[in-house]
Design a protein around this ligand. Structure first.
Ligand code: SF4
Ligand code: SF4
Length: 260
């Protein structure tokens, strides 16, 4: 039976384009990937791009301009499924850290002053699910090759994997690492989404949270535990904010005020 190939579009909003680059870096598998599906749009890989109906749109980067909001809404209209590719699309990325509107405006003014942007108006950096419905998330800064290939092949079989609900600590323990937190090192494993294979801790480096915040994490416990270990509140906040994008703003508003 001659099955029609899935129509795929790969799009980049604001970010370093590391996730799109990672797909291109699947050198050994790249021809199979391009043969298995009909890639209609992929700016970094081809010039004959078509903006039509899609089965799946993979979107990387956060939304930082009014033009990107329009582009994203157009992608959503054309695609049956949308996948947030990488940390910026999933939580807003480093450019969305803290996610506080006033702080964004203040920082924006510091850098651009009163320049009137005529090409497109900038907006506070946000993850794509602030504007459209997202069906699947592939976290990571950037995503990882095995993770992408696993997702891609499972997608082709109609069985895409859900986002992990485990912290990095789970894999870290499978890998029989000594816990760095117990040694007093600031490790964000307990509040970070699993999937990287605990690669940093395997090399005796603490987790800095690059796979993004774990939805079900007990951030309050980690926050106070790190204080008990002697870390300064501001340092903890900075570390926790780095890869958490807009998803941590609510936590920072409440932490310190809750009943313990
Ligand atoms: S080293 Fe970090 S990731 Fe590993 S168990 Fe300890 S806190 Fe969790
Ligand atoms: S920083 Fe944490 S989430 Fe990122 S690769 Fe290292 S261990 Fe994994």
């Amino acid at each position: 039976m001659n099955q029609e190939k899935l129509k795929i579009g790969i799009y980049e909003l604001t970010g370093c384009a590391g996730d799109a680059l990672l797909i291109l870096d699947c050198e050994k598998e790249l021809i199979d990937i391009f043969n298995a599906v009909d890639i209609q749009s992929f700016l970094m890989a081809k010039s004959d791009n078509i903006e039509g109906e899609l089965d799946v749109a993979l979107v990387e980067g956060s939304v930082t301009t009014e033009k990107e909001i329009e582009e994203l809404k157009d992608i959503r209209k054309r695609a049956k499924l949308v996948v947030a590719l990488g940390l910026c699309a999933t939580v807003g990325g480093i450019q969305a850290r803290f996610g506080d509107r006033e702080e964004w405006e203040e920082n924006y003014k510091k850098v651009y002053g009163d320049i009137d942007m005529t090409h497109t108006r900038p907006v506070q950096s946000k993850p794509i699910d602030e504007y459209i419905e997202v069906d699947y998330y592939l976290p990571g800064c950037p995503i990882e090759k095995e993770q992408f290939l696993n997702f891609f092949t499972r997608f082709l079989k109609g069985n895409p994997p859900e986002k992990s609900q485990n912290p990095v600590c789970v894999t870290c323990k499978y890998n029989e690492n000594d816990c760095l937190l117990k040694k007093g090192v600031l490790c964000l494993g307990p509040v970070t989404s699993d999937g990287c294979g605990s690669i940093c801790i395997n090399h005796n480096l603490p987790c800095i949270g690059c796979w993004g915040p774990l939805d079900v994490a007990n951030r309050t416990a980690e926050f106070y535990l790190l204080q008990e270990k002697g870390y300064d509140v501001e340092e903890i906040k900075k570390k926790m904010a780095n890869f958490s994008g807009t998803k941590i703003a609510e936590f920072f508003k409440k932490v310190g005020k809750e009943k313990r």
